[in-house]
Design a protein around this ligand. Structure first.
Ligand SMILES: [Zn+2]
Length: 423
């Protein structure tokens, strides 16, 4: 009861604050926030418009609600037969972990538009939409982003979510909020800051926030091959990682980052994005994605400022679309893919996909998924020994697998149970 009363009071307080803020900022709202950065409600309404216009290609899922204001967090999947979960490689794009870095949502929505509006018009787009499941979470931090609009970019220029750190039912910018990109569970305790008022407050425990738990659940379920999280700014692609035990796939990770970066021209027109190592001791999404799930995950720091100016937005977005296109193609290029299943029952088996010489105790290997037994691991061209290991089954070794440039080698992995049962 106490809690309910407090929550009610809190919501009344929030609404009042919102109304006042809206009344005060109306005349400035057009001048301070460039019009191409849409308010949260408009981004969400766009998402549903795409769903209405392209029902076969668009699937929307509410993957969670924000920590304090309980705003929905939507994931959008673009694929043929989008409503079904198909046995296709999956890729993830995210925007707005940080409230004041909105351009990631523009890039996500531009990619949604490209994939939908050019379907049946471009062979390239058709191939991607038919053979991939492309997932977007345009706004990971809806409440922080809403707050930016209420404040019309005035102090505090918000970065975190709106977590009520001191539990007093009021929002205080000097105390409240968790940095969502310090809240993931990979070396969490070593990263960010422990003081609640800090811009980099990591939260009270890993995955303490609804927003990061929503992403965690989605990533585990979908077993993405590649992921991108857009932030601003820096004109660089950040890869896992530079200051920790060697990432076993580091050569591949750097290779993909460099090739993607080459596709994205800088605002100046001189040269392309740089690549830089991530801090593996900071609880960021990309290091968790790689360390916990073997996802090749990158942060793209877009542009040269938090809110690139209106006249720069479309060219920045178009450049980053080229980077994403590189990844769509790369998924089908050099590597291995296949299915792990029980020899007798034919049922899918969850198995670790171990590439000899490319494993480490601190990084979980790629796994086959439980729905289809499907797995995919990108590799640089070369010769590999691959071991498939599943609990209760005899391991299976594929020696001398030759991965050629541009080709993915298919492995059919029929596993035999150790206990001799055949069904
Ligand atoms: Zn950021």
């Amino acid at each position: 009861m106490m809690l309910l009363n407090r929550l009610n009071l809190f919501f009344v307080g929030m609404c009042l604050a919102t109304t006042l803020a809206t009344a005060q900022i109306t005349e400035h709202s057009q001048t301070n926030i460039p019009p191409s950065y849409l308010p949260l409600e408009e981004i969400y309404s766009q998402v549903f418009k795409y769903k209405a216009k392209y029902p076969e290609l668009v699937h929307i899922e509410e993957i969670g609600i924000s920590t304090t204001r309980k705003l929905p967090i939507y994931a959008v999947k673009i694929s043929d037969n989008a409503a079904d979960s198909e046995d296709e490689p999956k890729i993830l794009f995210m925007g707005i972990h940080h409230a004041r870095e909105p351009i990631g949502a523009n890039i996500c929505m531009a990619l949604v538009n490209e994939l939908c509006s050019k379907y049946n018009k471009s062979e390239r787009i058709n191939n991607w939409v038919n053979s991939l499941e492309v997932w977007f979470v345009p706004v990971v931090n809806p409440e922080g982003y809403s707050f930016i609009f209420e404040k019309n970019l005035s102090f505090p220029w918000w970065r975190k979510n709106l977590r009520d750190n001191d539990g007093d039912g009021k929002f205080d910018p000097l105390i409240d909020g968790v940095d969502l990109n310090r809240n993931y569970d990979f070396n969490w305790a070593e990263g960010g800051e422990g003081i609640s008022g800090s811009w980099f407050f990591r939260g009270t425990k890993p995955f303490s926030e609804n927003e990061t738990r929503a992403i965690q659940k989605l990533a585990i379920r979908e077993n993405f091959v590649i992921g991108i999280s857009y932030h601003s700014y820096g004109e660089s692609i950040l890869f896992p990682w530079g200051n920790y035990n060697r990432a076993p796939d580091i050569d591949l990770i750097v290779n993909i980052a460099s090739r993607m970066a080459l596709q994205i021209e800088r605002e100046s027109g001189f040269g392309s994005y740089s690549i830089l190592p991530l801090n593996a001791r900071a609880g960021q999404s990309s290091v968790w994605m790689y360390g916990a799930l073997g996802i090749l995950d990158y942060i793209v720091e877009v542009g040269t400022e938090y809110f690139p100016a209106e006249k720069k937005i479309s060219s920045i977005v178009n450049q980053n679309i080229q980077g994403a296109y590189y990844l769509f193609d790369r998924i089908f290029s050099s590597g291995i893919n296949g299915h792990a299943f029980d020899l007798y029952s034919k049922k899918p088996v969850v198995a670790d996909i171990l590439v000899r010489g490319y494993t480490a105790s601190y990084v979980r290997p790629r796994r086959s998924d439980s729905r289809f037994g499907t797995f995919q691991k990108l590799l640089l061209p070369g010769k590999y020994a691959i071991e498939i290991v599943a609990e209760g089954y005899y391991p299976q070794l594929f020696e001398d697998i030759e991965v050629r440039e541009g080709e993915s080698v298919y492995l059919r992995v029929a596993l035999v149970r150790k206990d001799g049962y055949t069904n």
